[in-house]
Design a binder for this molecule. Structure first.
Ligand code: HMG
Ligand code: MG
Length: 312
């Protein structure tokens, strides 16, 4: 393992409106989704994953992606990303004026079948026209790889399987590739091993870490990934989320917790932590869920105490 100095700056991609909400059983009102995206872009995220253009039979919560994209107030410079598993999804994304499309595969055959109903090889064949169309339209192209640190159906996932999918997505021209721990089982040493293997075949500055927090390891994994040289991370405000095809997996690592960690390390993100804390409170209340961010809850109490003291 090669020790690297910590970076001065990190890009945090907020995935709450997509990865966070997609697993909610009750349909979240369109206005709430739009307000969530707008609050997040106002807080300073350079990239917000706003919606999915997937089959509404597979993920009913994401059926209104076009309406979400039509309703948001676009902040200049913010990249609004959407998931596109096939050309039908891409056409929806293009019509909705997405800035970045995300093709999403897996390092595990079993998960690929459950999540997108095809093998890894078939998925790459389906992604190829999406990738070409994205390039032709001048859109950014991101590739997500699920189950890089473990699979809910197959268990262990060989590092070589992750590297193989990284290479296939690279061949499609992905600008960025996400190493995802879909079910949050990975540990810090494993994270470094997988990331450093992926970085041998794809530039590390364009690899990202997408960690779920099921086993409470996500922040440790982020720190490990930082030491390996990763400078792009995904997180979800209030720790919302989970994947409908990864039973038992909890949400992404909470954005508030990640920002608190990075702030403590003196790493810049350009994001206003207090605005994110307020947004975490807004969405938790709106969908009737406990706020899963520990930093978010602690900071909210402090912010309320401060406001009460100021008005006393
Ligand atoms: P399929 O059933 O094999 O697709 O699903 P199909 O091509 O046979 O089409 C079946 C029906 O779906 C047809 O409609 C199509 O028109 C429709 P019908 O004729 O029956 O009325 N359809 C679509 N409708 C809207 N948009 C589309 C679309 N495509 C087909 N794009 C498919 C294959 C990929 C579509 C399906 O399996 C699917 O939508 N899966 C998405 C699952 C998903 O969104 N999972 C969560 C996101 S991944 C994730 O969370 C992990 C990540 O966060 C990283 C990590 O943490 O690991 C990214
Ligand atoms: Mg995810």
């Amino acid at each position: 393992m090669s020790a690297t100095q910590l970076p001065r700056q990190v890009k945090v991609i907020e995935v709450g409106p997509r990865d966070g909400l997609q697993n909610e059983k009750q349909l979240v009102p369109l206005a709430t989704k739009i307000e969530l995206v707008d609050r997040l872009s106002a807080a300073g995220f350079a990239n917000v994953e706003a919606a999915s253009f997937v089959s509404p039979k597979w993920v009913p919560q994401m059926a209104d992606g076009a309406e979400v994209m039509a309703g948001i107030a676009r902040r200049p410079g913010t990249i609004y990303s959407v998931l596109t598993p096939n050309m039908k999804g891409f056409e929806g994304a293009l019509a909705a004026r997405a800035d970045e499309v995300v093709i999403f595969g897996a390092a595990s055959e079993a998960f690929s079948q459950r999540n997108i109903n095809c093998s890894i090889a078939e998925s790459v064949a389906r992604f190829a026209p999406v990738a070409r169309a994205a390039k032709d339209a001048g859109l950014r192209l991101r590739g997500a790889i699920s189950c890089c640190l473990g699979c809910p159906y197959q268990g262990e996932v060989p590092v070589a399987a992750v590297v193989d999918v990284v290479q296939r997505l690279q061949a499609l021209g992905c600008d960025e590739i996400d190493i995802a721990d879909t079910i949050g089982v990975g540990t810090a040493g494993q994270t470094r091993t997988v990331i450093e293997a992926a970085a041998k075949v794809f530039p590390i500055e364009r690899l990202s870490g997408h960690f779920h927090d099921t086993y409470g390891q996500a922040l440790a994994n982020i720190y490990a990934a930082l030491l390996s040289g990763i400078t792009i991370f995904h997180s979800s405000v209030a720790g919302l989320g989970g994947c409908p095809y990864a039973k038992g997996a909890t949400g992404n690592v909470a954005t508030e917790d990640v920002l608190y960690l990075l702030q403590g390390l003196g790493i810049e993100t350009g994001i206003d932590l207090e605005q994110v804390v307020e947004t975490g409170d807004f969405i938790s209340q709106a969908i009737g869920r406990a706020n899963a961010s520990r930093a978010g809850r602690a900071l909210l109490t402090k912010m309320r105490d401060r406001a009460a003291a100021a008005s006393a």
